[in-house]
Design a protein around this ligand. Structure first.
Ligand SMILES: NC(=O)C1=CN([C@@H]2O[C@H](COP(=O)(O)OP(=O)(O)OC[C@H]3O[C@@H](n4cnc5c(N)ncnc54)[C@H](O)[C@@H]3O)[C@@H](O)[C@H]2O)[C@H](O)CC1
Ligand SMILES: [K+]
Length: 213
């Protein structure tokens, strides 16, 4: 079943009000994405992974992935597309503060030149996308598309509108996309951008869908 972005936000909100806090959803989202990544890239411990994280919760999912990937022995760099004081949500800031205590993960706040990794994680933009892509997000997306390496998009390839299926210029072209809870209706419209799509449950109680679906 495909759902709208509005329905996804309402389900998330209901789950949060039930006490299944958004930070738990984010933890499960990042962990599920890493499990899929390890399936697709079995020798992850020998890999250089670059995570490009935006300032919203899509970026927060990327921060969770950084911690899990460090646990798997990967060499992880996170580029936050702004400064940490401009992170927009409590759950994402919370994950950033954990990474600050982890020398095993290289953290950068903004950057002039991007490292060239073996694996790229697109955690730039998710369901919060609105309008034309602004900087520094646009450059980050162009960088992702300019590398040949294996690319995983978190929730939706950045630039693709998960409601309408319309793709901004630029939009990420991913090898795989891991989306959360249920398929958002715009995602299956652009297999050329998403690559293979996995839909992962993130622990939201089914009761959170009552009155929404
Ligand atoms: N579905 C769930 O239950 C869960 C989803 N998670 C993840 O959260 C994101 C949605 O997070 P949100 O903070 O609402 O939005 P984004 O991160 O996608 O973007 C907000 C961020 O981006 C800026 N922005 C928006 N449009 C543009 C643009 N055109 N150009 C540049 N910048 C833009 C905006 O200003 C904000 O800073 C969802 O996709 C999932 O990945 C939860 O982690 C778990 C639960
Ligand atoms: K993304």
């Amino acid at each position: 079943m495909e759902i709208s972005v509005r329905q996804m936000y309402d389900i998330e909100e209901n789950g949060h009000k039930m006490g299944f806090l958004k930070k738990f959803m984010m933890e499960n989202a990042g962990a599920a994405a890493v499990r899929r990544l390890c399936e697709r890239v079995p020798d992850i411990a020998s890999k250089e992974v670059l995570i490009l994280s935006g300032m919203g919760n899509n970026g927060g999912d990327g921060l969770v992935m950084a911690r899990h990937l460090a646990g798997h022995g990967a060499r992880v760099t996170v580029i936050l597309l702004g400064t940490h004081d401009r992170i927009r949500t409590e759950e994402s800031s919370w994950n950033w503060s954990i990474l600050k205590k982890m020398p095993s993960v290289r953290l950068m706040e903004g950057c002039d030149s991007y490292p060239r990794p073996d694996v790229m994680i697109d955690a730039v933009l998710g369901t919060g996308i609105a309008g034309d892509i602004r900087e520094p997000y646009a450059s980050a997306i162009r960088h992702i598309n300019g590398t040949e390496c294996f690319t995983m998009a978190v929730d939706v390839p950045s630039g693709l509108n998960p409601e309408t299926g319309l793709a901004a210029t630029p939009s990420v072209r991913a090898d795989v996309t891991v989306t959360f809870h249920k398929m958002k209706r715009g995602i299956p419209q652009r297999p050329d951008l998403t690559g293979r799509v996995y839909v992962e449950k993130i622990g939201i109680p089914p009761e959170a869908e009552e009155g929404v679906l």
